[in-house]
Design a protein around this ligand. Structure first.
Ligand code: AHR
Length: 604
């Protein structure tokens, strides 16, 4: 096969091309990127009525020493449920408390990861009719080993009182728990108990190592919070303070719009906020009644972009971000095109947002690649989950799409089903082929993101995913590593390239990109989706290559078996391997490994 690159014919790839889609699925957020260690910190997993569900909180002690219940006495008007602990035993007298006291413990999201030398901040609200002496401790999963402890001693907490303690861990245990215990008789109420490591990503509450994985692929945008997550949000029935959803995923607390906008800013990514448009998996609000939803979107936009004197901008400023966030993209709904009220509801959103914020780009759910949209939009959404061979052949999906009209946002793509395993090389190779097609069609495809991004292995609801984690460790699937191979594409220059081959299992592209020192590299990416090695003659015209060979590299993602995956025990089984290119030249004979994606980065 021959690959002929003509660098004198080129065009810029949009800055926005490759980004990420964060959705609260698989406990990606709560118990995932959000570093809160306590699960169900408001004791409201059962909703706002009592008795509510306090799980996974459990009780230390028996019925002779304490009673635990929920009531609606919280100081938080929108989260009224509090936990009441009626301690019957004491440190003296006839009913002596067991050693270590009685109380409650929280195992976090499948175990809290506590690390020696790290500091954890516990914040809780407490109230009692008498004085209290409560131990706040981080312990091993059965409570037998103390990792950190402090006492809350207070003579007057007759009104709800916020208490903060810092705990420095003296040991490491990825399966720890938080305990609140006492040996003093009396009634104590607790609410909104939080425990977080002090060290989070840029101090903004996110788990460092998971966000560094994102930082490493240089996402140009972050679409949030869903996905079908947003199809379940019903402002009329939403539980206060939480985004409770049904159907597809779970529960998200604490991590909300402000945090996502902050995360986007910290990653240098453009936020793309997906709004519920009055359509969920079960219900559709009639277009005549959709205005409250539109107003909620407008309020949200004012929260993100309004100046700090505006009603909602002042709320953002009070949260610590006086400057507006750089929000320029919104999507109306998720996978709702074709539903009875979509077009009508969409138009209400479109007209209101366009008139209030003319610079905001608006994304429709309707696929405009096969026929023109019957409504105005800046982008149309395109989702594809399919087999490896289908996705690989979709490298040509946008070749014949109309070049006029709204641009494409491929906001969800992945190989799924048996080809994917739980993150196979096969899936990743097909995705690489598809991405090369998107690069080549980036005159009309301006954004693309893999889905879903994260999975907590203890709650795998959607498979496969790009990044797998538990409380303490994580790894990228081969699909994640493919995204890293494409991180230089956004904003690069796409060069004219022609592949001469009879094979249908070979695709390639060529770009030039600049590193942070201003050095320009020619990057050639080739996917060999076939089971034989390929001899490829590359010829490069219109571009000089440097003789600084030590700065030219070849990176290959492959493995001995197509279904190979990474795992906690072997996290680097299928990762890109980089070597120096010794023979970089304008004419090169290359050998491509069977089932591989290869990236050559040649200094020009
Ligand atoms: O990414 C997983 C789900 O797939 C998304 O929530 C939804 O948009 C799609 O159906």
């Amino acid at each position: 096969a021959n690959l002929i690159i003509n660098a004198s014919i080129s065009r810029p790839i949009p800055e926005t091309l490759f980004g990420i889609f964060f959705e609260e699925i698989n406990h990606a957020g709560a118990g995932g990127i959000w570093a809160e260690l306590v699960s169900n910190r408001g004791f409201e997993a059962g909703g706002q009525n009592t008795p509510s569900n306090i799980a996974p909180w459990s009780i230390i002690g028996d019925q002779s020493s304490l009673n635990v219940s929920t009531d609606r006495s919280s100081c938080f008007e929108r989260n009224k449920v509090a936990l009441q602990m009626d301690v019957l035993c004491d440190s003296k007298g006839s009913n002596i408390c067991p050693a270590g006291g009685v109380g409650i413990y929280n195992p976090g999201f499948w175990g809290m990861n506590i690390e020696q030398g790290k500091v954890y901040k516990v914040v809780l609200f407490v109230r009692s009719l008498g004085s209290i002496n409560v131990s706040v401790s981080l312990t091993s999963s059965d409570g037998s080993k103390m990792l950190a402890t402090a006492n809350i001693l207070d003579s007057d907490v007759s009104n709800w009182t916020k208490v903060e303690v810092l705990l420095e861990a003296t040991g490491t245990n990825p399966n720890s728990r938080l305990q609140l215990t006492t040996s003093r008789k009396g009634v104590i109420w607790f609410d909104q108990v939080s425990a977080m490591p002090v060290d989070t990503y840029k101090g903004h509450g996110f788990r460092n190592e998971l966000i560094e994985m994102l930082d490493d692929i240089k996402p140009q945008f972050i679409r949030f919070p869903g996905g079908c997550f947003i199809e379940a949000l019903d402002p009329g029935r939403r539980d206060p303070g939480t985004l409770v959803m049904f159907g597809c995923i779970g529960l998200m607390m604490d991590l909300d719009t402000f945090e996502f906008l902050q995360l986007a800013e910290d990653l240098g990514s453009r936020p793309i906020w997906v709004f519920n448009n009055g359509i969920s998996h079960q219900d559709q609000v009639d277009t005549t009644a959709v205005l409250p939803f539109v107003q909620e979107a407008l309020d949200g936009l004012e929260f993100a972009r309004g100046d700090s004197n505006s009603k909602w901008g002042s709320v953002r400023a009070a949260m610590g971000h006086p400057e507006p966030f750089d929000l320029k993209y919104v999507a109306v709904g998720n996978e709702d095109c074709g539903k009875k009220n979509y077009r009508g509801n969409y138009l209400k959103f479109y007209n209101a947002i366009r008139s209030a914020y003319p610079d905001i780009k608006i994304i429709s759910n309707c696929d405009g690649s096969s026929r023109p949209l019957d409504h105005p939009a800046d982008y149309y959404d395109f989702h594809i989950y399919t087999s490896a061979s289908n996705l690989f052949s979709m490298t040509h999906q946008f070749d014949r799409t109309s070049r006029t009209g709204p641009k494409a946002f491929v906001s969800e793509y992945a190989v799924t089903g048996k080809d994917a395993g739980t993150g196979s090389l096969l899936a990743a190779l097909a995705e690489a082929g598809f991405l090369i097609g998107l690069e080549k069609n980036s005159d009309i495809v301006e954004m693309a993101s893999y889905a879903p991004l994260f999975v907590n292995v203890n709650d795998r609801r959607w498979n496969p995913d790009a990044i797998v984690f538990n409380s303490s460790t994580h790894y990228g699937t081969p699909s994640y590593w493919v995204q890293k191979l494409f991180r230089e594409s956004s904003g690069a220059n796409l060069l004219d390239s022609k592949l001469q081959t009879n094979s249908s299992t070979l695709v390639a592209s060529a770009i030039t990109w600049q590193n942070s020192d201003g050095k320009t590299y020619l990057k050639i990416k080739i996917v060999n989706f076939g089971n034989s090695k390929v001899n490829l003659k590359v010829s490069i015209d219109g571009l000089g290559l440097s003789s600084q060979l030590s700065e030219s590299t070849k990176t290959v993602l492959t493995s001995s078996n197509l279904m190979d995956e990474n795992s906690f025990s072997d996290p680097k089984k299928v990762v890109p391997a980089q070597t120096l290119v010794e023979n970089a030249d304008k004419d090169m004979d290359l050998v491509l490994t069977p089932y591989s994606v290869t990236s050559f980065d040649l200094l020009t």
